[in-house]
Design a binder for this molecule. Structure first.
Ligand SMILES: [Zn+2]
Length: 133
């Protein structure tokens, strides 16, 4: 099974650690109930319940599904990158200690890295990493 086809714009973010322009993403100002999955491999990453408005220009989540997101320190050592734990796709960055919400954590995510599935709709099958090896 192959990962989902990505557009050039999506590849730039997900595979080349790009960042979409702030306040342009389709999920920035978006608060319907449901689940946000990885655009590349369909792995569920964030619940809409964790979404909050950080006024930063990108979708913000104060929690991720257990083990769905991996953290890596940026090359310059100042920020912590977040990636999909299943396919290694770039999601954005995580910031702590800002006191926006109770978890004190802000996952700042590119809309291009995620896809919304409405509550009650069936989640697509996750495309597992090892099936691509
Ligand atoms: Zn993924």
């Amino acid at each position: 099974m192959q990962y989902n086809q990505l557009t050039q714009q999506e590849k730039e973010v997900i595979e080349n650690n790009g960042t979409e322009r702030p306040f342009t993403g389709e999920y920035d100002n978006f608060y319907l109930p449901g689940t946000f999955i990885c655009r590349k491999c369909n792995a569920p990453l964030f619940s809409s319940k964790a979404k909050f408005d950080a006024h930063c220009g990108w979708p913000a989540f104060d929690a991720n599904f257990p083990n769905a997101v991996q953290r890596l320190t940026d090359a310059d050592g100042t920020r912590t990158e977040i990636r999909c734990a299943n396919c290694d796709g770039h999601l954005g960055h995580v910031f702590e200690g800002e006191e926006f919400t109770k978890t004190n954590t802000r996952h700042c995510v590119n809309s291009l890295s995620i896809k919304f599935i409405k509550e009650g709709e069936k989640l697509p099958t996750v495309i597992k990493k090892n099936q691509n090896d």
